[in-house]
Design a protein around this ligand. Structure first.
Ligand SMILES: [Zn+2]
Length: 220
């Protein structure tokens, strides 16, 4: 019920079976091997979820994701294709590259959310966090930067980092709830917030490095 508006079109686009290049038998979209002749198949246009045989959604079982990824990676290992034709080796290689791309995208909550929004036709990647249009997030961002700038010792930076980590977890939960409820706008808003928090993490690391450098020089 939740995805009634866009689900049918999306499903139609990625459930189309293709023909095996080797035996011409039907191959389900995203399937890396032909069920009939076992030949490796080109990656095609399947989405990252279909490629890993997972249901499309933000909530995913990361243990299951790992299990599927490593099993497929083993099946696509170049050692298994040494006696095959050049064509088959090339197909296995591009299938493995697509699989890595899918795994990298889905294993990280931020890139998974950005990807799901992209499938919904919402582009997040252009908003780099430097320009924040959401006034609520802008206020929060300024306040967080201020508390980091005011943190004068390692303990104070740790306190800011701990708060960021809590915020990050809450935001991931918020994204999950928004996707579960089929609310793309709320998911987009929360994803921009997560993007900002991940960037702030880099600032915290830089701040810690600067403090260590100062201590090493014997400064205050
Ligand atoms: Zn086949």
């Amino acid at each position: 019920m939740m995805d009634a508006a866009h689900e049918p079109a999306a499903r139609g686009a990625h459930a189309m079976p293709t023909a095996c290049w080797s035996c011409r038998g039907a191959v389900a979209a995203g399937a890396p091997f032909c069920a009939t002749c076992k030949a490796v198949q080109p990656p095609g246009g399947a989405d990252h979820f279909a490629r890993l045989g997972l249901a499309r959604g933000f909530d995913l079982d990361t243990a299951e994701l790992d299990r599927r990824y490593f099993a497929l990676q083993r099946q696509l290992h170049p050692d298994r294709f040494v006696s095959k034709s050049g064509r088959e080796r090339a197909i296995a290689q591009s299938q493995a590259a697509s699989l890595n791309d899918a795994y990298e995208t889905l294993s990280d909550p931020l890139s998974r959310a950005v990807y799901l929004l992209k499938l919904d036709g919402i582009a997040v990647e252009r908003e780099d966090g430097a320009t924040i249009s959401d006034p609520e997030l802008l206020m929060e961002a300024m306040e967080m930067r201020e508390s980091l700038a005011e943190a004068m010792d390692a303990a104070a930076v740790d306190a800011v980092a701990a708060r960021m980590e809590r915020e990050r977890r809450t935001t991931v939960e918020r994204i999950a709830a928004a996707f579960r409820g089929g609310d793309a706008d709320a998911a987009h808003k929360a994803t921009l917030r997560l993007k900002y928090l991940v960037r702030l993490d880099d600032d915290i690391r830089a701040r810690r490095a600067a403090m260590r450098a100062r201590t090493a020089k014997g400064g205050p």
